[in-house]
Design a protein around this ligand. Structure first.
Ligand SMILES: Nc1ncnc2c1ncn2[C@@H]1O[C@H](COP(=O)(O)OP(=O)(O)OP(=O)(O)O)[C@@H](O)[C@H]1O
Length: 948
């Protein structure tokens, strides 16, 4: 062999040498025969081409270097390249190697989704999935037709074309699997031969057998390693295909990532668990199934054929019977692993999502000190998961016992039995039987041959048992795969359903405002925002109907018509934005809005400001990436301007530059987050912007500046707010929840003559009220003053009490400074009615007096209803006041007279309003409070009027 190869090599060398010789000679002769000019030209051409090639190579090298540089920068700035066809180029660092891998990501074409829709939304009836319209998530995962349909549907995504990379991987994986089967056959034969040579004492053959064994071993190890490697590659390739497909379907302009949870609800838990965990397990199981089912299948076919040849038909029949009996036994006794695994996946998902919630809301939970409650929830969820896993493993014990006994021990015994067929029944014993018959006479030879045949067959049988065992074990894997398949299929079919809005209902059996009842139209590309007879409905999860928040809303916002949407909490202000943004369906009517989101289009600033992962720059330009920003010709200084305008100019310096990466949602304060959202608005410069309570945490002076800046930039604002102070920045006001039932809405123009008149009238009314309040205040002061001066003894003789001044009560006597205060100046309405020296004892005294008066007045409500007893008290008070009044206080006395009359009026009023008498002190303090409120109201209204 070696000699042959040497010979072959030398022959090849001679051929090459002859070829080189021939052409060298030819070139030399040609050169000699050419002219000098031609040679010069040729030299020039050669030199030019060398120079050009060099320049080309340099350019290529430079381009590569620039690309690498760009890649590094994109990685650093968490950015990517977007191409015209929608594909993106991202750079991924190679961990440990310091290099960069360039990955082109092509989005799945809409046509592909349409082609796949039939598989996921209209599965054949025979598969038992749904009623032919919507696949039912309730179909129990298991080894049935539904599983076959689901798996094949997923396979069409995982291996899209026969010439795809995945198909290539599967083919090479298959080739290595076959090679391993062939190697097993060779090893089985070699095993037999080595034992035979050993028994026969044939040293040379034995050694040669060992050499062959070792070389086979080396190659078999390589084959095994390659099988494992290719299996992992297949799994990753499947996962890549499916993940990209799901991402394309999940995150697109149709907002499926919002709708699948808020409208469809078919997943019953977060999609994250499906995409991260279930998908991975499905791909691993599918890739290993190929080797755990495909290889044993090939093994069984090949080994059975070999054994049939070696052992004859009886043994073969026995083998086949054995397989069928064992398979059906195991299948019947096997627990429903598919369903069990699917439920385990769901429980894992629930546990995981609780942890995610904890991370996302850590600050709020920490403020409430809710760790204990959260721990209880987590422990409860984990206990459920644990008991489920224990239950599965408990079921597995019995099954594993049975499986082991059947596959290992009973099969081996059966194998010995089958190997004995050629020995005891040579006529039925195939090749071995024939050799038995032929070698009847040669005793030694017969025994050696029998030994070799036995060893070979035993090995074959062992391999067969192993293959059969793996095949049986993989029945369990197959059931588990069915569980994962059903989870992944459920996710993709729900996504297709949301994407295609495929909510069909049989006949007309659907709830009002369910997803099958969406009849409205959305017109994109309108320069403005228009709603025509659109009911605002909070949608229910399919198939439930939604709740109507606003019966029918019609409005139009043109450029420059800033609109304020106001109304109480929960009436549906944000809901209007959700309908216009396309998050909620337009059940009826027409919605028109600009097409683009962002520059020259419309933008929505949600109630909770969102901060993405990435650099400070990314926060301002979100949802743009840095590459988009550069493409728009924007520089960092533009961003700085946007930050300056939203009073956040200090941020880059404080945080260490534009490229700083931090957990921004934890770093920025509530007001800063809102101002950052405004900066985002200023960066994108849309034509229309919905600001949903976007400045509620911003101080009102800055709020005004922000609104003015946005307006100066030409952004038409549609603000959702409960703050009346924002009215001045808007042209229209849509007021929700009007009317007695709160089901009407009103669209008012701010600052019209009618509105001004309305405001003036309101102001007038307030003024009148204020005058009334002034009177109340005066009266309050008067009463307080009188109460501080006098005391009514119920058991005193009336005559004597009239003739002499009443002695002040004990506590007043103890505080002479306050014992006889001058009556409060009632003419000063705004002045507080408290006595001149508001010391603590005075307050205590006041309290006591009030208590006394209340004690006297309150137990007799009926008597109070008639003015007599109260009048009596007042008369007494009045007379004693008179006795005390000094001559120069005549004027005040007169006012006191007036106030007496007004008190009477006031009492009458109180009785009319409330229907029952109110104690004097209560009336006074109420007057005080109302006076304050009305005064505030008045001040506000006045301010507003002045501004207007
Ligand atoms: N995803 C949802 N699915 C179903 N109903 C919802 C959903 N989101 C909100 N709702 C309900 O819709 C109603 C209107 O909510 P919306 O957020 O529009 O109120 P709002 O007027 O903006 O209140 P606020 O001033 O408190 O922000 C509320 O009763 C709310 O419970």
């Amino acid at each position: 062999m070696a000699a042959q190869s040497t010979l072959r090599h030398s022959a090849a060398e001679q051929v090459i040498l002859a070829f080189v010789d021939k052409y060298t000679k030819m070139i030399r002769t040609k050169l000699r025969s050419t002219s000098r000019t031609a040679r010069l030209l040729a030299t020039l051409a050669l030199a030019t081409s060398i120079i050009l090639a060099g320049a080309g190579a340099r350019r290529r090298w430079k381009r590569k270097r620039a690309e690498r540089e760009q890649g590094r920068k994109l990685v650093r700035t968490n950015s990517w390249l977007q191409h015209k066809d929608g594909s993106r180029t991202i750079y991924v660092p190679y961990q440990g190697r310091g290099g960069l891998a360039k990955v082109d990501i092509r989005t799945t074409k809409p046509l592909t989704f349409e082609a796949h829709r039939r598989l996921f939304l209209n599965p054949p009836r025979v598969s038992g999935l749904g009623d032919g319209h919507v696949p039912s998530a309730q179909t129990k995962p298991g080894l049935n037709l539904a599983f076959l349909h689901q798996f094949l549907s997923l396979l069409s995504i995982m291996v899209p074309r026969w010439n795809s990379k995945e198909a290539g991987l599967l083919v090479s994986h298959g080739a290595f699997l076959m090679l391993r089967t062939y190697m097993s056959l060779l090893v089985a034969r070699l095993d037999g031969a080595i034992v035979r040579d050993l028994v026969a004492g044939n040293g040379k053959q034995f050694l040669w057998g060992l050499v062959k064994w070792l070389s086979f071993g080396g190659f078999a190890s390589y084959t095994n390693a390659m099988i494992k490697y290719l299996e992992a590659k297949v799994s990753i390739a499947f996962r890549t295909r499916l993940t990209r497909y799901i991402h394309d379907l999940y995150l697109n302009d149709n907002l499926n990532y919002y709708k699948i949870h808020n409208l469809d609800g078919g997943l019953q838990s977060g999609a994250d668990q499906f995409i991260t965990q279930d998908l991975t397990q499905f791909c691993n199981a599918a890739a290993s199934l190929y080797s755990s089912l495909g290889k044993p299948f090939i093994d069984i076919c090949v080994f059975n054929y070999q054994l049939y040849r070696a052992l004859g038909p009886i043994a073969f029949l026995g083998l086949v019977t054995n397989y069928s009996v064992t398979a059906s036994l195991l299948r019947h006794l096997s627990p429903p692993f598919g369903r069990l695994k699917a439920i385990e996946g769901k429980k894992e998902g629930d546990f995981r999502s609780l942890h995610s919630r904890l991370i996302a809301n850590a600050e709020e939970i920490a403020f409430y000190n809710g760790a204990e409650t959260e721990k209880t929830f987590l422990n409860k969820e984990f206990t459920e998961l644990r008991s489920w896993m224990e239950y599965i493993h408990g079921l597995k014990i019995r099954y594993n016992m049975l499986e082991d006994f059947i596959l290992k021990y009973s099969w081996s015994a059966y194998g010995y039995l089958l190997s004995s067929v050629p020995v005891f029944l040579p006529a039925w014993g195939g090749l071995v039987g024939k050799s038995e018959q032929a070698e009847q006479t040669i005793k030694d030879g017969r025994e050696r041959s029998r030994m070799k045949a036995f060893i070979t067959n035993k090995r074959l049988m062992l391999s067969l048992a192993d293959a059969g065992g793996r095949m049986m074990y993989s029945m369990k894997d197959l059931s588990e795969l069915a569980g994962y398949t059903s989870r992944v299929y459920q996710l993709i079919s729900a996504l297709h359903r949301v994407h295609a809005q495929a909510y069909h209902a049989k006949g007309s059996e659907f709830e009002l405002y369910s997803l099958a009842d969406v009849q409205g139209t959305t017109q994109l590309g309108f320069d403005g925002v228009r709603l025509e007879n659109v009911p605002i409905v909070a949608p229910g999860l399919w198939p439930q109907g939604g709740d109507e928040l606003i019966d029918s809303l019609s409005l139009i916002v043109r450029r420059g018509d800033h609109l304020l949407i106001s109304g109480p909490n929960g009436v549906g202000k944000s809901a209007i934005a959700r309908v216009i943004a396309g998050l909620w369906p337009v059940y009826r009517g027409l919605v028109s809005r600009p097409k683009a989101i962002g520059e020259d289009g419309i933008m929505f600033l949600p109630q909770r400001p969102y901060l993405s992962i990435g650099t400070l720059r990314d926060q301002v330009i979100y949802p743009d990436g840095e590459a988009d920003m550069r493409a728009k010709n924007r520089r960092d200084r533009d961003l700085q301007r946007a930050l300056d305008a939203s009073r956040l100019g200090y941020l880059p310096e404080r945080e260490g530059g534009w490229d700083t990466r931090k957990e921004w949602k934890d770093i920025l304060s509530g007001g800063e987050k809102q101002r950052l959202a405004i900066a985002r608005l200023l960066y994108h410069e849309p034509r229309y912007a919905f600001i949903d309570e976007g400045t509620s945490a911003v101080s009102s002076d800055v709020e005004g500046l922000l609104y003015e800046t946005c307006k100066q930039k030409g952004i038409t604002l549609i603000t959702i707010s409960t703050r009346a102070s924002l009215k001045k920045y808007h042209t229209y006001n849509l007021v929700l929840a009007q009317g007695d039932d709160g089901d009407r809405w009103e669209l008012q123009r701010i600052g019209t003559e009618t509105e001004k008149m309305h405001a003036r009238r309101e102001l007038e009314e307030l003024r009148e009220k204020l005058a009334q309040v002034d009177k109340w205040r005066a009266r309050h002061a008067e009463i307080e003053a009188e109460l501080n001066k006098v005391w009514v003894h119920a058991d005193d003789d009336e005559a004597s009490s009239e003739s002499k001044e009443m002695a002040p009560p004990e506590y007043l006597a103890e505080t002479p400074a306050v014992a006889a205060p001058a009556p409060a100046p009632v003419s000063a309405p705004a002045a507080p009615a408290a006595p001149a020296a508001p010391a603590a004892p005075v307050a205590a005294a006041e309290e006591k007096v009030e208590e006394k008066v209340e004690a006297q007045v309150e137990p007799q409500p009926e008597a109070e209803a008639e003015p007599e007893p109260e009048a009596e008290v007042q008369t007494q008070t009045q007379e004693q006041t008179k006795a005390e009044v000094v001559p120069e206080q005549q004027e005040e006395d007169q006012q006191a007279e007036e106030s007496k009359a007004s008190q009477q009026e006031e009492e009458d009023d109180t009785q009319t309003e409330c229907g029952e008498p109110v104690p004097v002190t209560a009336t006074a303090s109420r007057a005080e409070t109302e006076a304050d409120e009305t005064h505030d109201e008045y001040e506000e209204a006045k301010e507003e009027m002045e501004e207007e």
